[in-house]
Design a protein around this ligand. Structure first.
Ligand SMILES: [Zn+2]
Length: 384
């Protein structure tokens, strides 16, 4: 059983004796008499770092023995200096200790249990077995950050089976021996939870807790959250994003919400005006159509939907229409509609003559032709 030095989360360097060194695939599995490397568990990833000059490339726990995977062997009996890579460990402890504070508050204030915890590459998620609204979440978030500001101790203990039986703590296990209890507060009054992972030693080290989004999930709530340095980076990214939007809209950062709402309104008015102008263009195209069996119509700036409107309007007056939009450099999007011929057969002829692809029904096809307008017009004239 390896002696664990990570019960004190601030222990990042240590010396230890190599007890065994065995080949493990392409690596070597090193057993030490004691280690500050956390092998992973309870939602928290394993530590990275070095044994001497050698990077620890993986961690494993077999029974009570912690194994460090290295790219080269060490000598049994030698003394090595271990060093944990500090910043990733700090970020993980900030997230995990922050999650304990929140989970303790959700339990105390609302009787809700944490039933899932995941530290992902983008954020941390915490699943609750009940519902809360945004205001309730904001209240808990503020309480959590006040607990951080009080810089309360976070301690680890292994109560005796009797003491454990009398103890009120979250994540109750069936085990009675060697249960590791992480307590927050002078007397564990903020939270007590069975947990195997290293934690910061005082709440102030968490820095901050920010809940981001929440979704209803499996009858409960899934909360996305960030703590400490991760939250700071998220703030920086979002500050930059808001500043860029504010610059683009020529407003102050505090005015972006109103400015975006105005922009949405302008876009919506612009869309309505475009639709009305499109209708007028379609009227102009179709006014001259009576008396013709088939027609080719070009409106270079029409979208596919507008082109379909044009084709449908034309089909009220003619039997067959080829409507195209685009330009000679990029080719033309087309809609072919007819009440007289099989559009799919004609599309095939069109693609055979000028390239391109498309498909649809016997009464209407659409596609793209990589050809100049003059070539399309000439092909159309030749087939009618
Ligand atoms: Zn935990």
């Amino acid at each position: 059983m390896t002696e664990r030095l990570y019960d004190n989360g601030s222990c990042l360097t240590f010396t230890a004796t190599v007890l065994s060194c065995t080949p493990d695939g392409d690596a070597w599995a090193i057993e030490l008499d004691r280690t500050a490397f956390f092998p992973g568990g309870g939602g928290q990833a394993a530590d990275s770092g070095w044994l001497g000059e050698n990077p620890v490339i993986g961690m494993r726990e077999v029974g009570g023995t912690i194994l460090h995977l290295l790219g080269r062997p060490l000598t049994v009996g030698e003394t090595v200096r271990g060093e944990i890579e500090a910043e990733p460990r700090l970020r993980r402890m900030q997230s995990h200790s922050g999650e304990h504070i929140l989970s303790g508050l959700f339990w105390r204030e609302h009787g809700l249990s944490n039933i899932g915890f995941h530290m992902g590459s983008e954020d941390v998620t915490l699943d609750l077995d009940g519902q809360l609204d945004r205001e309730q979440l904001l209240r808990i978030e503020k309480m959590a950050n006040l607990i951080i500001a009080r810089n309360l101790p976070i301690t680890v203990s292994y109560p005796t089976p009797d003491a454990l039986a009398a103890l009120d703590y979250r994540s109750k296990l069936d085990l009675t021996e060697n249960v590791r209890i992480v307590s927050i507060g002078e007397a564990g009054e903020i939270d007590r939870c069975a947990c195997c992972a290293p934690h910061v030693t005082r709440t102030g080290e968490i820095g901050m807790i920010k809940m981001l989004d929440f979704i209803h999930y499996k009858g409960g709530l899934r909360i996305h959250m960030l703590c400490g340095l991760d939250a700071l980076e998220d703030y920086h990214r979002k500050y930059c994003a808001v500043s860029s939007i504010a610059n683009a809209l020529s407003v102050k950062p505090g005015q972006v919400v109103d400015a975006v709402a105005r922009l949405e309104e302008e876009i919506s008015v612009g869309k309505a005006e475009r639709s009305a102008l499109c209708g007028r263009l379609i009227d102009l195209h179709t006014a001259a159509l009576p008396g013709q069996d088939n027609v080719i119509l070009c409106e270079p700036l029409f979208t596919p939907n507008e082109l379909r409107r044009l084709a449908n309007a034309a089909l009220e007056r003619v039997k067959t229409v080829l409507a195209i939009a685009g330009n000679d450099a990029g080719g033309y999007f087309y809609i072919l509609g007819s009440s007289a011929i099989d559009c799919r057969a004609m599309s095939r002829e069109l693609h055979a003559a000028l390239g391109g692809k498309g498909g649809g029904s016997s009464t209407m096809t659409q596609g793209h032709i990589p050809a100049a307008q003059s070539a399309i017009t000439a092909w159309w004239a030749g087939t009618h």
